[in-house]
Unconditional design. Structure first.
Length: 332
């Protein structure tokens, strides 16, 4: 706990879906542990996936990090589901006119501002952690945002048609090419970003956002030392299912799960993470009301499995889900 008696909370999260959950965590914490400035006394640290980062037209892109920053800042485009609100695409059109970049991967003009700033700072010698801190300082986000690692460990996908960057498989092909495997070249030699292991060691609650377990949370846990830190944490570890009634809450997680032999079912993903009591990662696995029949089986296998409403339709429902997770991790 902090000096004020409020908790230290760590969230492992991917991009769009993860950011919606983190906004809910921030709101739930503000309501439960308010401060005099209208924020929260709780300390929230978000460990963001950087596995879907990439170089494009000489610029370093961090889609999940940017989605998290934009959502917390309230400048994200909620209609498209990605990027900045009020976006334009004049520069992207020029790039395509020159035959540069990927014609199926549109970069917004406002978004390009972030990419240019990031790339410049990286080329000047700043670490990924330092760059994210600079980007995040533009707005009062209410959380500390950390990358999973400062190393470049971009996700690649192997298919029958060949090996490609994750963004090509996800954005261009919409996961229509059956994936045979995912890998993160060099991740075995990477180390957690500064502050990541300390945050988890000091956390009163560690939350797994309802992000893609294979390509969002998976890369975070693949960084050497992070999964071990989760297992050794003194705080309670609560995961939220990204699968409801046999379908992903968002995106194409089912295609990713199929590649690693995991059915797109809430109980299967819970088993994938496993219970800490038996060497896994979780103390509790939240599943949706639609999957209530699966809870008893997981409970019998040693994984506490409460049933709660999981749909995040707006700020209130996102905050309610986060509050449910926090109530379990930090009972009054």
């Amino acid at each position: 706990m902090t000096a004020s008696g409020a908790p230290r909370i760590v969230v492992l999260a991917g991009g769009v879906g993860g950011s919606k959950f983190v906004v809910g965590v921030r709101e739930a914490a503000r309501r439960r542990w308010p401060d005099a400035a209208g924020g929260t006394r709780a300390e929230i640290t978000v460990i963001a996936n950087t596995g879907d980062d990439l170089w494009l037209s000489g610029l370093r892109l961090q889609p999940d990090v940017d989605s998290m920053i934009y959502a917390l800042a309230g400048v994200n485009d909620t209609e498209r589901g990605w990027g900045r609100t009020g976006e334009s695409e004049r520069v992207a059109a020029e790039l395509h006119g020159w035959g540069a970049g990927w014609p199926w991967f549109t970069l917004g003009d406002l978004d390009l501002g972030a990419h240019i700033a990031r790339t410049g700072w990286l080329r000047e010698g700043a670490s990924v952690t330092e760059v994210i801190a600079r980007l995040a300082s533009r707005w009062p986000l209410g959380v500390r945002l950390l990358p999973m690692t400062d190393a470049e460990v971009d996700t690649h996908v192997t298919t029958a048609q060949g090996r490609m960057h994750f963004q090509e498989w996800w954005t261009r092909h919409r996961a229509s090419l059956p994936a045979q495997s995912f890998d993160w070249p060099g991740i075995e030699h990477s180390t957690p970003a500064p502050g990541v292991l300390a945050a988890m060691a000091e956390a009163d609650a560690i939350l797994f956002a309802p992000s893609n377990p294979v390509v969002s949370v998976g890369p975070i846990l693949a960084v050497p030392g992070i999964a071990a830190a989760v297992r050794a944490a003194s705080g309670t570890v609560v995961g939220v299912s990204p699968i409801i009634a046999g379908a992903p809450v968002r995106g194409m997680a089912d295609a990713c799960l199929a590649a690693v032999g995991i059915p797109a079912m809430a109980d299967a993903v819970g088993r994938h993470y496993g219970a800490r009591a038996t060497g896994g990662l979780l103390d509790t696995w939240l599943i949706g009301e639609e999957d209530a029949a699966l809870a008893a089986v997981l409970e019998a296998e040693g994984l506490r499995t409460p049933v709660r409403p999981l749909w995040m339709r707006d700020l209130d429902t996102s905050a309610r889900l986060a509050a449910d997770a926090l109530d379990i991790a930090l009972p009054a």
